[in-house]
Design a protein around this ligand. Structure first.
Ligand SMILES: [Zn+2]
Ligand SMILES: [Zn+2]
Length: 195
Protein backbone atom coordinates (compact mmCIF):
# COMPACT_ATOMS: atom_id res chain seq x y z
CA UNK A 1 0.00 0.00 0.00
CA UNK A 2 1.32 3.40 -0.99
CA UNK A 3 -0.39 5.04 2.01
CA UNK A 4 2.61 4.05 4.12
CA UNK A 5 5.04 5.87 1.89
CA UNK A 6 3.51 9.30 1.57
CA UNK A 7 3.02 11.67 4.45
CA UNK A 8 -0.55 11.84 5.76
CA UNK A 9 -2.55 14.90 4.70
CA UNK A 10 -2.84 17.12 7.79
CA UNK A 11 -6.01 18.71 6.39
CA UNK A 12 -7.83 15.41 6.95
CA UNK A 13 -9.68 15.10 10.24
CA UNK A 14 -8.55 11.48 10.26
CA UNK A 15 -4.92 12.53 10.66
CA UNK A 16 -3.84 13.17 14.23
CA UNK A 17 -0.80 15.13 15.41
CA UNK A 18 1.35 13.40 18.01
CA UNK A 19 4.05 16.05 18.53
CA UNK A 20 2.17 17.17 21.67
CA UNK A 21 2.18 13.65 23.07
CA UNK A 22 5.43 13.18 25.01
CA UNK A 23 7.29 10.08 24.00
CA UNK A 24 7.21 8.75 27.51
CA UNK A 25 5.31 5.64 28.54
CA UNK A 26 2.03 6.62 30.13
CA UNK A 27 1.54 10.03 28.54
CA UNK A 28 -1.93 10.36 27.10
CA UNK A 29 -4.07 12.52 24.95
CA UNK A 30 -7.78 12.52 24.26
CA UNK A 31 -9.07 13.26 20.78
CA UNK A 32 -12.74 14.05 20.25
CA UNK A 33 -13.49 15.51 16.88
CA UNK A 34 -15.69 15.32 13.83
CA UNK A 35 -13.88 14.26 10.68
CA UNK A 36 -14.99 14.28 7.05
CA UNK A 37 -15.61 10.82 5.63
CA UNK A 38 -13.25 9.89 2.78
CA UNK A 39 -14.48 8.69 -0.62
CA UNK A 40 -15.50 5.12 -1.29
CA UNK A 41 -15.70 3.94 2.27
CA UNK A 42 -17.93 0.89 2.15
CA UNK A 43 -19.06 -1.96 -0.04
CA UNK A 44 -21.41 -1.72 -3.02
CA UNK A 45 -24.72 -2.14 -1.21
CA UNK A 46 -23.93 -0.03 1.84
CA UNK A 47 -21.32 2.48 2.90
CA UNK A 48 -20.38 5.79 4.42
CA UNK A 49 -21.36 8.78 2.27
CA UNK A 50 -18.32 10.89 1.27
CA UNK A 51 -17.93 13.98 3.50
CA UNK A 52 -20.49 12.75 6.02
CA UNK A 53 -19.42 13.38 9.63
CA UNK A 54 -17.37 10.76 11.45
CA UNK A 55 -17.43 11.23 15.20
CA UNK A 56 -14.10 10.22 16.68
CA UNK A 57 -13.70 9.56 20.37
CA UNK A 58 -10.15 8.33 20.88
CA UNK A 59 -7.49 7.95 23.47
CA UNK A 60 -3.86 8.09 22.43
CA UNK A 61 -1.39 6.59 24.83
CA UNK A 62 2.37 6.49 24.50
CA UNK A 63 3.66 2.99 25.05
CA UNK A 64 7.21 1.66 24.59
CA UNK A 65 7.40 1.40 20.80
CA UNK A 66 4.64 3.66 19.70
CA UNK A 67 1.25 5.16 20.36
CA UNK A 68 -1.71 3.00 21.22
CA UNK A 69 -4.94 4.38 19.80
CA UNK A 70 -8.17 3.10 21.30
CA UNK A 71 -11.74 4.33 21.11
CA UNK A 72 -14.65 4.52 18.76
CA UNK A 73 -15.64 6.05 15.46
CA UNK A 74 -19.30 6.64 14.72
CA UNK A 75 -20.09 6.72 11.02
CA UNK A 76 -23.22 7.39 8.98
CA UNK A 77 -24.32 4.62 6.65
CA UNK A 78 -26.50 4.72 3.58
CA UNK A 79 -27.38 1.89 1.29
CA UNK A 80 -30.31 -0.13 0.15
CA UNK A 81 -32.12 -3.21 1.36
CA UNK A 82 -30.84 -6.15 -0.68
CA UNK A 83 -34.35 -7.68 -0.74
CA UNK A 84 -36.72 -4.79 -1.43
CA UNK A 85 -34.22 -2.08 -2.55
CA UNK A 86 -35.62 0.43 -0.07
CA UNK A 87 -33.05 3.14 0.79
CA UNK A 88 -31.50 2.58 4.21
CA UNK A 89 -29.74 4.92 6.55
CA UNK A 90 -28.16 4.07 9.83
CA UNK A 91 -25.23 4.84 12.06
CA UNK A 92 -22.52 2.41 13.01
CA UNK A 93 -20.03 2.65 15.83
CA UNK A 94 -16.80 0.78 15.23
CA UNK A 95 -14.13 0.05 17.78
CA UNK A 96 -10.67 1.34 17.09
CA UNK A 97 -7.63 -0.28 18.61
CA UNK A 98 -4.23 -0.10 17.01
CA UNK A 99 -0.63 0.40 18.00
CA UNK A 100 1.08 2.90 15.72
CA UNK A 101 4.82 2.33 15.89
CA UNK A 102 7.33 5.14 16.08
CA UNK A 103 9.54 5.25 12.98
CA UNK A 104 12.22 2.58 13.24
CA UNK A 105 10.33 0.59 15.86
CA UNK A 106 8.15 -2.48 15.72
CA UNK A 107 8.16 -5.33 13.22
CA UNK A 108 9.87 -4.88 9.86
CA UNK A 109 6.57 -5.28 8.12
CA UNK A 110 4.75 -3.10 5.58
CA UNK A 111 1.43 -3.97 7.16
CA UNK A 112 2.36 -2.54 10.56
CA UNK A 113 0.71 0.79 11.36
CA UNK A 114 3.30 3.54 11.68
CA UNK A 115 3.55 7.11 12.78
CA UNK A 116 4.78 9.15 9.82
CA UNK A 117 6.32 12.56 10.52
CA UNK A 118 4.65 12.65 13.97
CA UNK A 119 1.31 12.01 12.32
CA UNK A 120 -1.13 9.16 12.79
CA UNK A 121 -3.33 8.45 9.79
CA UNK A 122 -6.48 6.71 10.92
CA UNK A 123 -7.93 6.25 7.45
CA UNK A 124 -6.58 2.76 6.57
CA UNK A 125 -7.53 1.52 10.03
CA UNK A 126 -10.98 3.06 9.83
CA UNK A 127 -11.55 1.56 6.38
CA UNK A 128 -10.77 -1.93 7.64
CA UNK A 129 -12.89 -1.51 10.78
CA UNK A 130 -15.92 -0.13 8.92
CA UNK A 131 -15.82 -2.56 6.00
CA UNK A 132 -15.46 -5.56 8.32
CA UNK A 133 -18.43 -4.33 10.32
CA UNK A 134 -20.79 -3.85 7.37
CA UNK A 135 -23.45 -6.45 6.64
CA UNK A 136 -22.93 -8.18 3.27
CA UNK A 137 -26.68 -8.23 2.71
CA UNK A 138 -28.21 -5.27 4.53
CA UNK A 139 -31.95 -5.52 5.11
CA UNK A 140 -34.54 -2.85 5.94
CA UNK A 141 -35.73 -5.25 8.63
CA UNK A 142 -34.88 -8.85 9.45
CA UNK A 143 -38.13 -10.21 8.06
CA UNK A 144 -38.23 -8.02 4.94
CA UNK A 145 -40.57 -9.78 2.54
CA UNK A 146 -38.75 -8.49 -0.56
CA UNK A 147 -40.19 -7.87 -4.00
CA UNK A 148 -42.64 -9.95 -6.03
CA UNK A 149 -40.49 -11.91 -8.49
CA UNK A 150 -43.19 -11.55 -11.17
CA UNK A 151 -44.04 -7.85 -11.08
CA UNK A 152 -41.63 -6.20 -8.62
CA UNK A 153 -44.32 -5.08 -6.17
CA UNK A 154 -43.03 -4.47 -2.64
CA UNK A 155 -44.42 -7.36 -0.62
CA UNK A 156 -43.93 -5.43 2.64
CA UNK A 157 -46.55 -2.94 1.46
CA UNK A 158 -48.85 -5.62 0.04
CA UNK A 159 -48.71 -8.66 2.31
CA UNK A 160 -51.63 -10.31 0.46
CA UNK A 161 -50.10 -9.72 -2.96
CA UNK A 162 -50.08 -12.76 -5.21
CA UNK A 163 -50.74 -13.66 -8.81
CA UNK A 164 -53.02 -16.66 -8.23
CA UNK A 165 -56.11 -14.78 -9.46
CA UNK A 166 -54.43 -13.56 -12.61
CA UNK A 167 -53.14 -17.02 -13.29
CA UNK A 168 -56.62 -18.49 -12.76
CA UNK A 169 -58.27 -16.06 -15.16
CA UNK A 170 -55.58 -16.75 -17.74
CA UNK A 171 -56.26 -20.44 -17.45
CA UNK A 172 -59.99 -19.71 -17.59
CA UNK A 173 -59.48 -17.67 -20.78
CA UNK A 174 -57.37 -20.39 -22.29
CA UNK A 175 -60.01 -23.00 -21.41
CA UNK A 176 -62.76 -20.91 -23.05
CA UNK A 177 -60.65 -20.33 -26.12
CA UNK A 178 -59.81 -24.04 -26.37
CA UNK A 179 -63.39 -25.18 -26.04
CA UNK A 180 -64.55 -22.53 -28.54
CA UNK A 181 -61.92 -23.71 -30.96
CA UNK A 182 -62.96 -27.27 -30.33
CA UNK A 183 -66.61 -26.42 -31.08
CA UNK A 184 -65.59 -24.53 -34.18
CA UNK A 185 -63.57 -27.44 -35.46
CA UNK A 186 -66.30 -29.87 -34.53
CA UNK A 187 -68.81 -27.67 -36.40
CA UNK A 188 -66.62 -27.61 -39.51
CA UNK A 189 -66.20 -31.30 -39.79
CA UNK A 190 -69.82 -32.14 -40.48
CA UNK A 191 -69.91 -29.28 -43.02
CA UNK A 192 -66.95 -30.80 -44.84
CA UNK A 193 -68.60 -34.17 -44.68
CA UNK A 194 -71.69 -32.75 -46.39
CA UNK A 195 -69.75 -31.45 -49.39
ZN1 LIG B 1 -36.39 -4.59 2.57
ZN1 LIG C 1 -46.50 -9.37 -8.29
Amino acid sequence: MTTHHRLPDTRSGLVIETHDLPRRAGSMKQVRRTADAPDELGIGVIGVPPHSPIELDLRLEAVGEGVLVTGTAEVQLTGECTRCLKPLSDTDTVDIQELFYYPGNGPDDDEAARIAGELIDLEPLLRDAVVLDLPFSPLCRDDCAGLCPQCGANLNDEPDHDHAETADSRWAGLATWSSGEAEHVAGDIPAQDEE
